[in-house]
Design a protein around this ligand. Structure first.
Ligand SMILES: *[C@@H]1O[C@H](CO)[C@@H](O)[C@H](O)[C@H]1NC(C)=O
Ligand SMILES: *[C@@H]1O[C@H](CO)[C@@H](O)[C@H](O)[C@H]1NC(C)=O
Ligand SMILES: *[C@@H]1O[C@H](CO)[C@@H](O)[C@H](O)[C@H]1NC(C)=O
Ligand SMILES: *[C@@H]1O[C@H](CO)[C@@H](O)[C@H](O)[C@H]1NC(C)=O
Ligand SMILES: *[C@@H]1O[C@H](CO)[C@@H](O)[C@H](O)[C@H]1NC(C)=O
Ligand SMILES: *[C@@H]1O[C@H](CO)[C@@H](O)[C@H](O)[C@H]1NC(C)=O
Length: 722
C-alpha cells in the first residue's frame, strides 16, 4: 500500500457545536478537528480524518452522500463539495473508524451533528474509508491555522544580496514540519511566482535567470516535498493552489528539475534607497480602502468584500496579496462619499476599478460598513534594530537603537530625549510593530535602567510617516545637553488610536459674518479669541468683525480621543465656566494666495465632550461639573457657530479671496491613527460685507490635481478682481 499520510495539513479547528437531539452522537466538548489525508492528492480533496478523543480516525463510506461531503468541505473551509469517494480511493487510513452510516441533511455546521451509528461504532474496515472532493474555493475570510505551508520564504544564494532588505529573489522554501523544504520546479509557472511574491509582500513578479541558479543548486543537496504546484495566480496563499506532496522518503524525486526560484518586484515603498512617502494609513500596509473618483476620495462598502478583491487593492498600492479583508469599518470609518459595493474581483485586475461592482446610493450603505485591508508587506527587519526596555508593559519603555561604533561593532544605545515628540514616537512605535504612539517621553527616569547608558542619537526629527528612525533627520554627531539615561527618549505605544475629522460640509453651510459689539466681547478678549488690534480698540465702544461657523468634530478612529493632560492640569475658565483640557486643540486661520496668515491665527482650546453619537453608541464624556473630557469612537463634539470664540476675527482683513483653514490637534499632542485628515480647507470669498465658502474639504479628500487647482484659487481670482 503506497499512500502518504500527512498529519494536520488541511485540518480546520471548529467551534464547539450546540447539542442537537439524538440520534446524533454526543458532541465532544473539545473542538473537533477535520483533515484531508492520503496520497496522491490535491489540497482540496482526500481521505477524511477526524480527531476525536485524542485520536485521528476515518469515516466509513456506507450511506455516504454529497450532503455529508458538503458539511465536511465547509468544515474544512471550502464553500462546498463537488464529489465524494469510496473504497479508500486516497489510501487506507489507520486507527479508529470513527463514524459509520453518516447521514447529514447538508446544512449542519459540523459532521458531529449528523445522524450516524455513534462514535467508534462501525462494522467497516479501512478498505471502505470515505473521501471528499471540495470545490476549490475558500469560504471568504477562512484562515487555516493548522496549515503546514503557512510560511514561505526566499533564500538568496551565496553572496547575492544577503544583507539587503527586502529579499526579493531566491530559492522558494516552505516551512515543512520542523524544517524548510524546497519545491520541485517541474511545471512551475509565472503564476505560481505571482502567488509566492504576493505572500511575501510584493505586488509583481519578474523573470529570473534560471541558469545562474542551476549551476549553484546542482552542487547542493536539495529537499523537495512539494510538486506540481499549479496556481492560477489569483490565490492569496500557496496553500490554496493545487499541489502534491511527495512521499516522505522521496527527498530528491525531482528528476530533470531543480528547486523553484523566484524573483519579485517590490512596490515603490520598499525599493532600495527610497524614503517612505506619505501613506494613507499609519500602519504600513493596512487601513480603510479609499478610491478616487471625480477627484474626490471615497470608501468601499463591505458587502461581498473578500480576499481576492482586497488583494487587488493591496497590489495596486504596491504591497503583496491580502492577509485580511476586513468589514464593518474595523479600521475606522470614512467621512466622504461611498462609491462601490459588492466588489467582485477575480484577482488579476490591475485596479479595483476594473472589477465588477455596484454603484451605490447613500441609503444602501453607511460608513459603518467601510471595507478595509491588511496586506502582506515585505520583511524589512526594521524591528531588529530597535527595542524598548524598562516599561511596565511591552508597549512602553525607553527606546534603544542598534548602532555601529567606530570599530564596526554593533551595540545598543539611547536616544537623547531633547526635542523628542509624539511624531518621533509614532515612527518608533511603527518600527517596533507596536502600532501608534500615545506619547513620546522626554524623560524616562522612573524606569529601571538596562545596562545601556550611552546616547547614540540626538536631534531626531521625523515627519511622522517614516518606517524607521534611521529615515528621520538627526544630528551627525551626538549632542545632548542632559546625557544621563533618565533623559533618554521613551515611548508609550498602542494598538489602536483615535482619528478626528471635521465635518467640512457643515462649516460651509453655517458660515456668516457678525459685527459683534465690543461690550459683548470681554470674556472672549480674556481668553485671547480676538486679534491683537482689539487691544487698541476704544472699549466698550465699537465692534469686531467675526467670521463664524459651526465645527463638528467626529472621532472615526478605533480609540477614544482623550486630552493628554490629566485633570490636575486642566485650566478653569471662569468667564465661560468650564475647564479647558487642551491648551491648543484647533487652529483657525485665514490664508492668502501665498499661504500667509491674514487673520491672526486663533488657537482655540475647548472643553471636549460627546455632543451626540451615531446609532448604537452611547455618550461617555461631558464637560459639565468637572466631568471626564474626550470624544468617544462614533461620537462627535459640536461647537455651534453662536458660542463664544467659535470664530475668526477678520476685522483687519481686506476684501479678497482666501483659504479658510481649520486644523485639529495641530501639535500632534494626542495620538491619532491618521493625521492627514486633520486639516480642513475652504475657498473663501469676502467682498467686504458678505462671505462665501466653497469647496470645503478635509485635507486628504481631493486628488492631487484637484488640490492644486484648489490652492490656486485665491491668486487667480485676486487677479480678476483687481
Ligand atoms: C522511510 O525510511 C525509513 C527509514 O529511513 C524507513 O523506516 C521507512 O520504512 C521508509 N518508508 C517508506 C514508505 O519507504
Ligand atoms: C455607475 O455610475 C457611473 C456614473 O457615475 C456609470 O457610468 C456606470 O455605468 C454605473 N455603473 C453601474 C453598474 O450602474
Ligand atoms: C575599538 O577597539 C579598540 C581595541 O579593541 C578599543 O580600545 C576601543 O575602545 C574601541 N572603540 C570603541 C569606540 O569601542
Ligand atoms: C547587561 O547586564 C547583564 C547582567 O546584568 C548581562 O548579562 C548582559 O550581558 C549585559 N548586557 C550588555 C549589553 O552589556
Ligand atoms: C455633516 O454636516 C452635514 C450638514 O449639516 C450633515 O448633513 C451631515 O450629516 C454631517 N455629517 C456627518 C457625518 O454627521
Ligand atoms: C504674500 O502675499 C502678500 C500679499 O498678498 C505680499 O504682501 C507678501 O509679500 C507675499 N509674501 C511672500 C513671501 O510672497
Amino acid at each position: 500500500q503506497s499512500y502518504f499520510h500527512m498529519p494536520g495539513i488541511f485540518s480546520a479547528p471548529l467551534s464547539t457545536p450546540t447539542p442537537s437531539p439524538s440520534p446524533s452522537p454526543q458532541p465532544q466538548t473539545e473542538k473537533l478537528k477535520v483533515r484531508l489525508a492520503g496520497y496522491p492528492r490535491k489540497h482540496n480533496e482526500g481521505r477524511i480524518e477526524l480527531f476525536y478523543k485524542g485520536e485521528w480516525g476515518t469515516i466509513c463510506d456506507d450511506d455516504f452522500s454529497l450532503a455529508n461531503a458538503n458539511v465536511l468541505c465547509r468544515q474544512l473551509g471550502f464553500v462546498s463539495a463537488t464529489g465524494w469517494t469510496h473504497s479508500a480511493k486516497y489510501g487506507k487510513g489507520q486507527g479508529k473508524i470513527w463514524l459509520d452510516n453518516v447521514q447529514c441533511g447538508g446544512g449542519e455546521k459540523s459532521i458531529e451533528l449528523c445522524k450516524s451509528r455513534g462514535w467508534g461504532n462501525s462494522d467497516c474496515t479501512h478498505d471502505e474509508d470515505a473521501g471528499v472532493v471540495c470545490k476549490d474555493e475558500r469560504i471568504p475570510g477562512f484562515v487555516d491555522s493548522n496549515n503546514k505551508i503557512e510560511e514561505v520564504r526566499l533564500r538568496p544564494v551565496v553572496a547575492m544580496a544577503k544583507k539587503k532588505m527586502p529579499i526579493t529573489e531566491g530559492v522558494v522554501e516552505v516551512k515543512y514540519k520542523d524544517g524548510w523544504a524546497q519545491i520541485c520546479d517541474i511545471g512551475w509557472t509565472i503564476k505560481n511566482t505571482r502567488v509566492v511574491c504576493g505572500m511575501l509582500g510584493f505586488p509583481h513578479e519578474r523573470k529570473v535567470n534560471k541558469n545562474f541558479y542551476k549551476l549553484y543548486l546542482e552542487r547542493q543537496k536539495n529537499y523537495f516535498h512539494i510538486h506540481s504546484v499549479a496556481c492560477l495566480g489569483t490565490e492569496v496563499h500557496l496553500a490554496a493552489c493545487p499541489l502534491e506532496f511527495s512521499k516522505p522518503n522521496a527527498t530528491s524525486a525531482c528528476t530533470g528539475g531543480m528547486p523553484a526560484v523566484v524573483s519579485c518586484m517590490p512596490g515603490p515603498l520598499f525599493m532600495q534607497n527610497t524614503i517612505f512617502r506619505k501613506e494613507r494609513c499609519s500602519r504600513v500596509g493596512e487601513g480603510r480602502v479609499e478610491v478616487l473618483k471625480d477627484n474626490e476620495w471615497g470608501t468601499v462598502c463591505d458587502d461581498r468584500w473578500n480576499l481576492q478583491s482586497a488583494s487587488v487593492v493591496c497590489r495596486e498600492l504596491g504591497f503583496g496579496s491580502a492577509k485580511e479583508a476586513l468589514t464593518g469599518g474595523r479600521l475606522g470609518q470614512g467621512m466622504g462619499p461611498i462609491y462601490m459595493n459588492e466588489v467582485k474581483c477575480v484577482g488579476q485586475e490591475r485596479s479595483i476599478w476594473n472589477c465588477p461592482f455596484k454603484n451605490i446610493t447613500m441609503e444602501d450603505c453607511q460608513h459603518m460598513e467601510d471595507a478595509a485591508v491588511r496586506c502582506n508587506i515585505p520583511y524589512m527587519g526594521l524591528e531588529n534594530t530597535i527595542r524598548i526596555t524598562g516599561g511596565r508593559t511591552r508597549y512602553e519603555g525607553r527606546v534603544e537603537v542598534l548602532s555601529l561604533d567606530s570599530n564596526g561593532t554593533q551595540s545598543w544605545g539611547l536616544i537623547c530625549g531633547e526635542s523628542w515628540t509624539t511624531k518621533e514616537a509614532m515612527v518608533a512605535c511603527r518600527q517596533l510593530g507596536l502600532g501608534y504612539a500615545n506619547q513620546g517621553l522626554q524623560e524616562t527616569w522612573y524606569w529601571d535602567s538596562s545596562n545601556v547608558t550611552e546616547m547614540v542619537m540626538s536631534g531626531v526629527k521625523c515627519t511622522g510617516s517614516e518606517m524607521s528612525l534611521s529615515q528621520c533627520q538627526h544630528h551627525k554627531t551626538v549632542s545632548c545637553q542632559k546625557a544621563a539615561a533618565k533623559f533618554a527618549a521613551g515611548v508609550i505605544c498602542s494598538e489602536t488610536a483615535s482619528d478626528l475629522v471635521l465635518n467640512a460640509s457643515l462649516v460651509q453651510q453655517t458660515v456668516y459674518i457678525e459685527d459683534r459689539p465690543l461690550h459683548m466681547l470681554y470674556c472672549a478678549a480674556e481668553e485671547d479669541c480676538l486679534s491683537k488690534s482689539a487691544a487698541k480698540a476704544n472699549w466698550p465702544y465699537g465692534h469686531r468683525r467675526l467670521l463664524r461657523f459651526s465645527s463638528q468634530i467626529h472621532n472615526i478612529g478605533r480609540a477614544d480621543f482623550k486630552p493628554k493632560a490629566g485633570r490636575h492640569s486642566w485650566v478653569w475658565h471662569a468667564c465661560h465656566g468650564h475647564y479647558h483640557s487642551m491648551d491648543i486643540f484647533t487652529h483657525y486661520d485665514l490664508l492668502n494666495a501665498n499661504g500667509t496668515k491674514v487673520a491672526e491665527g486663533h488657537k482655540a482650546s475647548f472643553c471636549l465632550e460627546d455632543t451626540d453619537c451615531q446609532e448604537g453608541v452611547s455618550k461617555r464624556y461631558e464637560c459639565a461639573n468637572f466631568g471626564d473630557q474626550g470624544i468617544t469612537v462614533g461620537c462627535w463634539d459640536l461647537y455651534r457657530h453662536d458660542i463664544d470664540c467659535q470664530w475668526i476675527d477678520i476685522t483687519d482683513v481686506k476684501p479678497g479671496n482666501y483659504i479658510l483653514q481649520v486644523v485639529i490637534n495641530p501639535n500632534y499632542e494626542v495620538a491619532e491613527s491618521d493625521f492627514t485628515n486633520n486639516a480642513m480647507k475652504c475657498n473663501c470669498k469676502y467682498d467686504g460685507h458678505r462671505i462665501w465658502l466653497h469647496n470645503c474639504h478635509i485635507g486628504d479628500a481631493f486628488s492631487e490635481e484637484a488640490e492644486r487647482r484648489f490652492e490656486k484659487y485665491p491668486g487667480q481670482l485676486n487677479n480678476r478682481i483687481s
